[in-house]
Design a protein around this ligand. Structure first.
Ligand code: SF4
Ligand code: SF4
Length: 403
């Protein structure tokens, strides 16, 4: 136990009850191919034993009164409602008065009346994966027969709204929608009336593995960029154009995760978005069989922490291996980042994208660096203003009258 820094900070375990299995075949997906890590098992479904071990140990390990369970995939709705009802019974049994909440990240295709009633009655927060307008979304988010999915997702968003289910949008920013930032943003704001938005930039590199996986990881060298990936310049322009619209009319009304995280970084507080935080490793993932990995983007054999059926959760979450992973983000910064004027807001972004070299040849620079520099430079006056307003005890929304 001496190597553990137990309870120093809350850590989250994001569960994948159907493993990497999904009813879509989104072309850019980084997770579908994780099935190849588990080809010995045909049914990648979390057993009742793993579910119970997870819920019991997650509650016991957690030092907080409020405990958040996150269900992820793959597609978590590929498990039946009875699975989640069992999870709730176990949460109540082991929770013994703790405040427990649940969130679910889904492609939304399998939502129906029964699901929506459950999600509303149990107060679950639902993240819906949707990439913008029909044309943007259906460019990559199709099923195994190449059929589009946008219409069903939008229909089910309306269904959730009829039941009063709380939801937010998670959109990937890819080679197709990145060129249309305002159309993209206005679709969420004006058509879907979505108030909470998360953007995730798509960047992958190709590397064929013997087991069938075809995406590279951080340390792999000389791998070509996948065609659905965005360029740094596209990312920078995308963020700047949406920011300009948001900062003039939507502050305090539409919550764009990366803008909120940037402001938090500007104010010196934890941004709540791992990519812009000083450290990573605050949310590990648990595969269907109980295997834990350091991060959703590091589900590789080298980053396996153990298994919830055989290893203690505190040892896996707060042990040497995960601590080293958390610190990698800051320790691995190249000099260009260490002296960068935007380090306080960027922290070198996600280590998985640090496969570039700096101008003087040092490895470890983030692929999206130029885009982030463009973005931070552009938003600096408004970020400075909002920080001063917040420090003076006034709402940041005052920025809308100033620029
Ligand atoms: S590796 Fe990237 S995605 Fe994972 S926790 Fe760190 S910043 Fe977040
Ligand atoms: S903007 Fe670029 S140089 Fe600056 S901290 Fe971020 S990745 Fe590093």
């Amino acid at each position: 136990m001496s190597t553990l820094n137990l309870f120093a900070r809350p850590l989250y375990v994001m569960a994948k009850p159907a493993g990497a299995h999904c009813n879509l075949r989104c072309e850019y997906c980084y997770y579908l191919e994780k099935q190849h890590l588990y080809e010995h098992g045909t049914r990648h479904q979390m057993s009742d034993d793993v579910l119970e071990a997870y819920i019991r140990s997650y509650i016991e390990t957690n030092s907080l009164q409020d405990i958040l369970f996150t269900w992820h995939g793959g597609e978590p709705l590929m498990r039946p409602l009875s699975f989640y009802k069992k999870a709730i019974r176990l949460q109540q049994y082991y929770g013994r008065g703790r405040r427990i909440s649940n969130s679910l990240q889904t492609n939304g295709l399998m939502l129906d009346d029964e699901w929506c009633r459950f999600l509303h009655d149990e107060g679950w927060l639902v993240g819906i994966s949707i990439d913008g307008t029909q044309e943007m979304h259906d460019a990559y988010r199709t099923d195994s027969q190449g059929r589009p999915s946008w219409q069903r997702v939008v229909d089910n968003i309306h269904l959730m709204e009829r039941y009063g289910v709380e939801w937010n949008a998670m959109a990937t920013v890819n080679r197709r929608n990145v060129e249309h930032p305002l159309e993209f943003y206005r679709f969420f704001r004006d058509t879907l009336h979505c108030r909470y938005l998360q953007f995730s930039p798509v960047v992958e590199r190709i590397l064929q593995h013997r087991d069938g996986r075809h995406l590279a990881q951080m340390l792999d060298k000389d791998c070509p960029i996948a065609p659905f990936s965005i360029t740094p310049a596209q990312w920078g322009t995308f963020l700047c154009e949406i920011f300009d619209e948001w900062v003039r009319r939507d502050v305090g009304n539409i919550f764009v995760q990366i803008f909120d995280a940037t402001l938090a970084g500007w104010c010196g507080v934890d941004p709540g978005l791992c990519t812009l935080a000083r450290e990573c490793g605050h949310a590990v993932v648990m595969e269907y069989n109980g295997d834990l990995y350091s991060c959703d983007h590091f589900v590789f054999p080298e980053y396996r922490l153990g298994n919830v059926m055989t290893d203690g959760l505190p040892q896996m979450l707060y042990g040497t291996k995960q601590n080293a992973f958390s610190q990698l983000k800051e320790k691995g910064l190249p000099r260009q980042c260490k002296v960068c004027e935007w380090l306080h807001a960027c922290h070198g972004e996600c280590p998985r994208l640090r496969f570039m070299r700096t101008a003087d040849g040092e490895p470890g620079l983030n692929y999206l660096c130029a885009g982030y520099r463009q973005y931070f430079q552009h938003v600096a006056p408004q970020m400075d203003y909002m920080r001063e307003e917040l420090l003076a005890g006034r709402p940041a929304a005052g920025v809308m009258n100033q620029f």
